[in-house]
Design a binder for this molecule. Structure first.
Ligand code: SF4
Length: 512
């Protein structure tokens, strides 16, 4: 998109089941990540929690290995557990464990996973329940055979369906929405798995990218609003499916197209055929705007829009809307760097690495005291004194959630000698919780829900503060202006949810 399309300023603001090895992977430390990854419970790194990531393969002799590498590329979407299930037309073989992909898988457990189709998952937990039983792919036995399910997203009506099923005698073994779906499929009167999946998806509401693996079929489906990203790739004659296109690049594949909202694809082991079907018409298209702003990797494309480029445009638009005379522009690593580059390009103010992320801190197994928690931010992020000292700094960040991290980062810059710190946020104020698989605090904990912009400025100790406007965001993302809200969900900014949403207190993430 050209700069001309930017808009003007607004007042300068988861046969037989074989388990690998001795069974499930040995649970690793199941505490909270300290200094690695993001978790919503991690109160000192106050960022939104990613949902989960899925990666599927059909028609490749090394399906499990491809999933392993693909999941590596999606690690930013979930660091709590990882799993892969592979099918060879006769049997399932799966392995799951707590921890990062590199911690869960090794040559010994990957080698027996032979088959030409696989589904893989990296999970992010939001409920505080960190246990192996919830790691995906979840694998079930039902009258039709064996079924593995991996999903990314959240089913907004899962609690009521679960309550109903429990009244009718169903027994649940996990706290996952995915098990609700498995029960609905198992109880379906339909004679074939495809019809049972369609019937089930018509009963659930919410945001999802589903992969269902049986011994002879892979079925993928995306919610009718297309809330969560889900893309199709090719690797030779094989088919790939992933939450983000960056995973295709990692395995040498190529992006083919996005899974359409309401679409169902059936890939058959016996015939090798790929059938394009749907379980629902497209409803109001509403891809998550936060994928563009913060979650997705900069090298991913969503609906043919590159994430890095979209973030740069957000930065440029922010400069148009909220210019401030300053000496340097710096971005909070990593997700805000693209927007900071855009802001610098638009204003001519030089972009500098005023903030550095320490990538080699790894995990620590010590639960930090309050004092050390404060120090933790410094272990993860440092202000570069020789760059910021005596300077008027424009600090670009993608969002403010509770405000605690922003305050600490502003103070880091001040302690390093910055003369002025002007904060510019490449999204509108985040004032409403997400019901679609993103871990957000309650409404009362969202600083933008309870304070004005000026009050937030004061709370984060900034010299000035501006948020990107809603219209500026839509324009910068650059989707065609032919659908409601340009086909985006922006509910966390404007409280306009594309689906009915229940009592927020009753919900967690469907990946749990
Ligand atoms: S509410 Fe916000 S975070 Fe949730 S799907 Fe919509 S845009 Fe994304």
């Amino acid at each position: 998109m050209s700069d001309e399309q930017l808009i003007g300023g607004q007042g300068q603001e988861a046969a037989k089941i074989v388990r690998s090895g001795s069974g499930e992977a040995t649970p690793l430390w199941t505490g909270r990540y300290y200094n690695e990854g993001h978790t919503g419970q991690d109160s000192f790194m106050d960022k939104l929690g990613e949902e989960c990531g899925v990666f599927g393969v059909f028609g490749h002799s090394e399906a499990a290995s491809l999933s392993y590498y693909g999941l590596h590329a999606l690690q930013h979407r979930g660091q709590e557990s990882a799993g892969i299930c592979v099918a060879n037309g006769e049997s399932f073989h799966y392995h799951r464990g707590m921890g990062l992909v590199k911690e869960v898988f090794n040559n010994d457990n990957l080698a027996p996973m032979t088959g030409s189709a696989s589904i893989g998952h990296v999970r992010y937990s939001t409920s505080g329940e960190s246990k192996l039983a919830n790691a995906q792919p979840l694998v079930f036995k039902y009258r039709g055979g064996d079924l593995a399910i991996a999903t990314n997203g959240n089913l907004t009506n899962a609690p009521e369906i679960k309550e109903q099923l429990e009244k009718e005698g169903s027994i649940f073994q996990t706290t996952s929405d995915t098990e609700v779906v498995a029960h609905l499929i198992a109880r379906s009167k339909q004679n074939d798995i495809v019809s049972a999946v369609k019937e089930t998806l018509l009963r659930v509401e919410g945001a999802y990218a589903f992969m269902f693996l049986t011994k002879d079929k892979l079925i993928v489906a995306r919610d009718p609003h297309g809330l969560r990203p889900f893309v199709i790739g090719r690797l030779g004659n094989a088919w790939l499916f992933a939450s983000e296109s960056c995973a295709f690049d990692t395995v040498g594949g190529k992006y083919y197209r996005d899974v359409e909202p309401g679409e169902l694809l059936i890939l058959d082991f016996k015939t090798g055929a790929v059938t394009e079907d749907r379980f629902s018409p497209i409803k109001q298209r509403a891809i998550c705007a936060m994928e563009y702003i913060y979650f997705a990797r900069p090298d991913s494309d969503i609906d043919e829009t590159n994430i890095h480029s979209a973030r740069k445009r957000m930065g440029r638009q922010l400069a148009i809307e909220a210019f401030v005379d300053a000496d340097i522009v710096t971005g909070v690593p990593d997700s805000s760097i693209s927007a900071a580059i855009g802001y610098a390009e638009q204003t001519g103010i030089p972009y500098e690495l005023g903030l550095i992320k320490n990538r080699y801190t790894g995990r620590t197994f010590i639960q930090p005291s309050q004092e050390l928690r404060e120090q933790g931010v410094k272990m993860k992020l440092s202000a570069v004194r020789s760059i910021v000292e005596g300077k008027r700094v424009v600090m670009i960040d993608d969002s403010i959630v509770r405000g605690t991290t922003s305050l600490r980062i502003v103070n880091l810059l001040r302690e390093a000698g910055a003369k002025e710190v002007h904060v510019r946020i490449s999204s509108p104020p985040f004032a409403n919780p997400c019901f679609y698989g993103i871990d957000t605090p309650s409404r009362q904990e969202l600083i933008a829900a309870v304070k004005s912009v000026e009050e937030i400025r004061e709370a984060i100790n900034a010299d000035s503060l501006h948020f990107l406007s809603h219209e500026g965001l839509l324009t910068a993302i650059g989707r065609p202006n032919v659908e409601v809200n340009r086909g985006l969900c922006t509910a966390c900014f404007d409280n306009r949810y594309p689906t009915p949403v229940p009592d927020e207190a009753a919900l967690g993430c469907g990946c749990d």
